[in-house]
Each structure stands twice: as structure tokens, then as C-alpha cells.
Write a protein that binds this ligand. Structure first.
Ligand code: UGY
Ligand code: MN
Length: 245
């Protein structure tokens, strides 16, 4: 508890840094034996919703608003989709398409990072199919040829998917090679380690457990600090024209 009203959390026009001391729990419609920490939502200016779901044994989530992506932070959950059940452990993830049928039930106390987003149809691509996977079985790609910065794309590289979720792993001392400014927005959860995040014209110390939202065009840069790798999960809108009709 901080009795002097201090926190690292910041809410600015083009970004949000939300640290665990400011997390508020709520129960979303259809949740049972579970609570949500809502990180980003349309009320913030985001075009998606991102939350952490904390589930007790047998805790369930309600129906999604649009598509749903889940990443297991810890614990074990049963993901049922298309009559098939898959057990997901830490690092496991699943995608459910808009209008599809899926259910999620915790097999032990678990925490999930969840993204929900209305689907943006693109002429000629068809619709995405549900899928599951585990981060550990995905081969990393060196970003811009830098072997100290490995990107793992969790969703299939196919045009029907209108968003991407990647993990980025920085060796100690590694950094983005440039300040990025782009029309996509981001949700980001620090999974491991820490460093300095530049957001807009401010630089923030960040560590595992922190959440960041970046509005489109928010200047951004990260450098890993410490003797262990820094790793984060990052969402971005993807594969769509910036001016949808
Ligand atoms: O994919 C990205 O835009 C990523 N490189 N951005 C970031 O790490 N802030
Ligand atoms: Mn970016």
C-alpha cells in the first residue's frame, strides 16, 4: 500500500502505463469464479478490449465481444472449440473467431491475458479459423537481423486475421533499433525482466506485470536493462487498410 498517493502508472493522451498497484478487479458478464482487470477498452480510446482474467478452479469466462485471443500467464485451462478440447498451460494460447463457439474453464487457479475485438472483414480473404498453440514451440525471428531481439508471431501469418499478437524477447542491453511511429495501436504486457519504455516524449522504467497501451502514432522505443532478458506480449491491428470503408 502507498499512503502518499504515488504510483508509476500514467494516463496520457496517446498512452497508458498501468502498473499492478493500480489494478482494479471487476466481474464481466458471464464470468463465474473469476475476475477481470480491464487494461484497455473503447472507453480509453482503444479499438479493442484487453484484460487479465484471474480464475479460480472451474472459473469461466462469459461470451466475447467479437473475436477473442487468450494467452495463459499461469495455471491451466480447458479451451473447447468446435467440439474439441485443448488443455492450455503457461505460454499456451488460443484464438476464437467472431460468432464462433468456444468456452474456457480453469482446471486450476489460472491467469489469462485476453484480447477481444470486433472483426474487420476484408474483401476476398475469407474469415479466420480458430486455432491454439504454445509460444515455446514457435521459432523466433531476429528483428531487423538483430539476434538479440527475437520476435515470435503467435497467430498465423494470413490476411484473414485482422490483428497480430507477438512476443518480443530482448537480450540484456538489447533495444529497438529506432523510435517507431505507426498507424497501428498496441496493447503490451511485460512478461519478464524490465527496461526503459519511451512513450510519446517520456521515458518510463517498466517491469514484468506492467501493462501499456499505445494509441496509433504514439512514438515508442524500448531498451532492456538488467542481467536477464526482457520479454513482452504485444498486440497490434494488422493486415488492414488504415482507412476502412
Ligand atoms: O511490432 C511492432 O510494432 C513492435 N516492434 N513495436 C514495439 O515493440 N513497440
Ligand atoms: Mn510498434
Amino acid at each position: 500500500m502507498n499512503s502518499l498517493g504515488h504510483t508509476r502508472s500514467v494516463f496520457a493522451l496517446d498512452h497508458l502505463l498501468q502498473t499492478p498497484d493500480t489494478f482494479i478487479r471487476t466481474v464481466l458478464p458471464g464470468m463465474s469464479r473469476a475476475a477481470a482487470i480491464v487494461h484497455a477498452s473503447p472507453a480509453l480510446g482503444a479499438r479493442f478490449t484487453a484484460y487479465t482474467s484471474e480464475q479460480q478452479n472451474e472459473g469461466i469466462l462469459g461470451p466475447p465481444q467479437g473475436q477473442r485471443f487468450i494467452y495463459v500467464l499461469d495455471g491451466k485451462v480447458a479451451w473447447k472449440s468446435d467440439g474439441k478440447q485443448t488443455e492450455l498451460h503457461s505460454g499456451g494460447y488460443a484464438f476464437g473467431a467472431e460468432g464462433g463457439d468456444h468456452s474456457i474453464s480453469a482446471l486450476e487457479p489460472s491467469r489469462l491475458f485476453v484480447i477481444e475485438k470486433p472483426y474487420s472483414l476484408c474483401q476476398g480473404t475469407g474469415r479466420p479459423s480458430p486455432c491454439t498453440g504454445n509460444e515455446a514451440s514457435i521459432e523466433g525471428q531476429a528483428l531487423g537481423g538483430d539476434p538479440d531481439l527475437q520476435v515470435r508471431a503467435l497467430l498465423p501469418d494470413r490476411p484473414e486475421f485482422d490483428f497480430a499478437v507477438n512476443t518480443m524477447t530482448y537480450a540484456p542491453g538489447a533495444s529497438l533499433s529506432m523510435v517507431e511511429i505507426h498507424f497501428m495501436e498496441h496493447a503490451l504486457l511485460m512478461l519478464e525482466g524490465g527496461g526503459i519504455y519511451r512513450l510519446g516524449d517520456r521515458w518510463y522504467p517498466v517491469q514484468a506485470g506492467d501493462f501499456i497501451w499505445m494509441r496509433a502514432y504514439c512514438p515508442q522505443w524500448f531498451g532492456a536493462i538488467g542481467k536477464t532478458p526482457a520479454r513482452y506480449l504485444i498486440y497490434k491491428d494488422w493486415n488492414r487498410h488504415p482507412a476502412p470503408l
